[in-house]
Design a binder for this molecule. Structure first.
Ligand SMILES: O=C(O)CCC(=O)C(=O)O
Ligand SMILES: [Fe+2]
Length: 294
């Protein structure tokens, strides 16, 4: 897979989403997976040293080890999102060439990476701290999780499984073809979600995908994900890309140019700069909400 075909672009425009099978190679994703494995290994050793866990679970695969650790002590769980862990391989992945070639088909050649970016280990149901899993999300539009400044502009969500995502482990579910009508009112209570009376009547469509596949979603397409009813972790990455110069709707968090045909020198390639911008932004923006809803 190199670039999107005209038919794929048309399908995205009509449906508001597009599943691209075999979009990425193992060599694209494995550096990120290995970075997370290494971090979890280091933290497991620390937790064991502090007497917080009894075993290291070294023999467990990527889609199980964190769950085994969290069953004993779940301190690591909150440290794993992109902007918290801030790993070099994660940063490199944000402008992965194969990914950018595909994103360019929809966003165009001047691509900014939005700070709305997540790596999510969706744990088996019931294992998350306090019982609330931030990766089980009610029906929402991604347009509903930005500030108003981004409303007039197109933003592309890219959802990427690191391990197989199934209906059982809480893959994404979407309502296709209802984009193009703008932002629906959302409510805050119980997780930012579309106001019940405004929910489109159509049935949700589950989008099970495998490692290597990816999903493009228009920012007005309602989607949700349900709890993970398996023993494995559903690991995924979700990113947002948009035309450079348009507001991300999170002005207090750092965006950067991920690809530019017109001005290649504007692309941020320096890992430390990206990392340090996140450290500073997180310190300065404590208590600021990215959601506009009361
Ligand atoms: O990963 C999930 O379960 C939900 C993700 C989501 O809402 C998104 O990527 O926009
Ligand atoms: Fe979303």
């Amino acid at each position: 897979m190199t670039t999107l075909s005209q038919a794929q672009i048309e399908r995205f425009n009509e449906e508001g989403f597009l599943v691209v099978k075999g979009a990425l190679e193992d060599s694209d994703l494995n550096p990120v997976i290995e970075e997370y494995e290494a971090y979890i290994d280091v933290r497991a050793r620390q937790l064991q040293g502090e007497g917080k866990i009894k075993q290291l679970y070294e023999g467990e695969p990527f889609d199980r080890r964190l769950a085994c650790i969290c069953r004993e002590h779940n301190e690591v769980y909150g440290e794993l999102d992109i902007m918290r862990m801030r790993g070099r391989a994660s940063f490199e992945f944000l402008r992965n060439e194969n990914l950018m070639d595909l994103v360019e088909g929809i966003v165009g050649p001047e691509i900014t990476c939005s700070p709305i970016q997540h790596i999510r280990p969706k744990l088996p149901d019931g294992l998350t701290p306090g019982g609330h899993d931030q990766h089980v999300v009610p029906w929402h539009q991604d347009a509903g999780v930005t500030w108003e400044e981004a409303d007039p502009y197109f933003i592309l969500t890219v959802w990427i499984p690191m391990t197989e995502a199934t209906q059982e482990n809480g893959c994404l579910e979407i309502i296709p073809r209802v984009h193009g009508k703008g932002l629906l009112r959302h409510e805050r209570q119980g997780g930012t979600h579309i106001a019940e009376e405004l929910m489109p009547g159509e049935e949700g469509v589950p989008l099970p995908v495998r490692k290597g596949d990816l999903i493009f979603i228009h920012k007005e397409i309602p989607h949700r994900s349900t709890p993970n009813r398996t023993d494995q972790i559903r690991w995924s990455i979700d990113l947002r890309y948009q035309k450079t110069g348009t507001p991300t709707g999170r002005p207090f968090h750092p965006d950067f140019v991920a690809r530019s045909r017109a001005n290649p020198a504007s692309v941020l390639t320096d890992y430390e700069t990206w990392r340090d911008r996140w450290v500073e932004a997180l310190a300065k923006s404590k208590g600021v909400s990215g959601h506009r809803w009361k």
